[in-house]
Design a protein around this ligand. Structure first.
Ligand SMILES: Nc1nc2c(ncn2[C@@H]2O[C@H](COP(=O)(O)OP(=O)(O)OP(=O)(O)O)[C@@H](O)[C@H]2O)c(=O)[nH]1
Ligand SMILES: [Mg+2]
Length: 251
């Protein structure tokens, strides 16, 4: 049986889940921003922040461990070796307990002040996606646009930002999705899996800042190749689901 539908009448119990890789330069300010905002947010009854340090080579892990001493709501998980953003995010998601989980990057590009707009947009849906004002390099923008077009086509959906990493998802559903991606395709995968379960995420335009700290470790050519293969996998998966060769997951 599927979980009972969520209601949003009262302040929520929220988990924030994020991957972090070599974010030493900005992570302290980002955590301070999240903590201050969530502590003061009327829509949030209680919160936890679960961050997985993805085998960072800089001081990200040490800084997070130190911050956990001052922020009781912060839980830090560590990978000894770098496993990729999706693996780190999945590990963080599995450790969450909240009724709602906010997926967010830890480089400060998504202001957490977008949360009330996400909550307002939810309506009766179990998920909301933040539509970014794209400021990426043209090549990355094209890759994101093209993969969004193909994913919408195979799902028969019309998501305006299929690959946005900023999402608010009903916790029991998210924790059951059984995500498989390891690298940078996690945002595409979460949207795809939600649609597979019959959940059409609400969408709302959000503020999205350019990266101001740390260094992007995105590998353009390898990233593009992985994205292409991943989108092909999603297309094949949808075909197998339609043919009844795979079992359709329940929300
Ligand atoms: N690039 C990268 N990011 C990782 C990894 N593991 C965890 N992350 C985190 O995943 C999130 C997204 O990575 P970003 O490099 O910011 O990806 P992006 O936002 O698409 O690219 P930028 O615009 O360059 O920031 C960040 O919070 C990273 O700290 C990893 O192995 N590589
Ligand atoms: Mg980023």
């Amino acid at each position: 049986m599927s979980d009972p539908a969520p209601t949003l009448l009262a302040p929520i119990r929220l988990s924030v889940a994020a991957p972090a890789y070599n974010e030493a330069e900005g992570i302290e300010a980002v955590l301070a921003e999240w903590h201050a905002f969530l502590s003061a947010c009327d829509a949030v009854a209680e919160f936890e922040i679960v961050i997985c340090n993805d085998g960072s080579r800089d001081r990200t892990g040490d800084i997070l461990d130190r911050l956990a001493l001052s922020y009781p709501q912060l839980r830090v998980l560590h990978f000894k070796q770098n496993q990729g953003a999706a693996a780190a995010l999945n590990f963080a998601i599995a450790a969450t307990h909240g009724d709602w989980v906010l997926l967010i990057d830890s480089d400060g590009q998504f202001p957490i002040a977008n949360l009330p707009d996400m909550l307002a947009a939810l309506g009766k849906s179990r998920a909301a996606i933040g539509i970014r004002q794209k400021k990426d390099a043209p090549f990355a923008q094209f890759g994101s646009w093209a993969s969004g077009v193909v994913c919408n086509l195979v799902h028969g959906s019309r998501m305006r930002d299929f690959n946005s990493a900023f999402k608010l998802v009903w916790g029991p559903t998210l924790r059951k999705l059984g995500l498989e991606a390891r690298g940078m395709n996690y945002s595409t995968e979460v949207t795809s899996r939600l649609l597979e379960c019959g959940i059409t995420p609400a969408e709302v335009t959000i503020e999205h800042r350019p990266r101001t700290t740390g260094v992007s470790s995105m590998k353009l050519v390898r990233g593009a190749a992985h994205r292409l293969l991943f989108v092909l996998y999603i297309a094949l998966r949808q075909l197998l689901l339609r043919l009844g060769i795979l079992t359709r997951p329940t929300p």
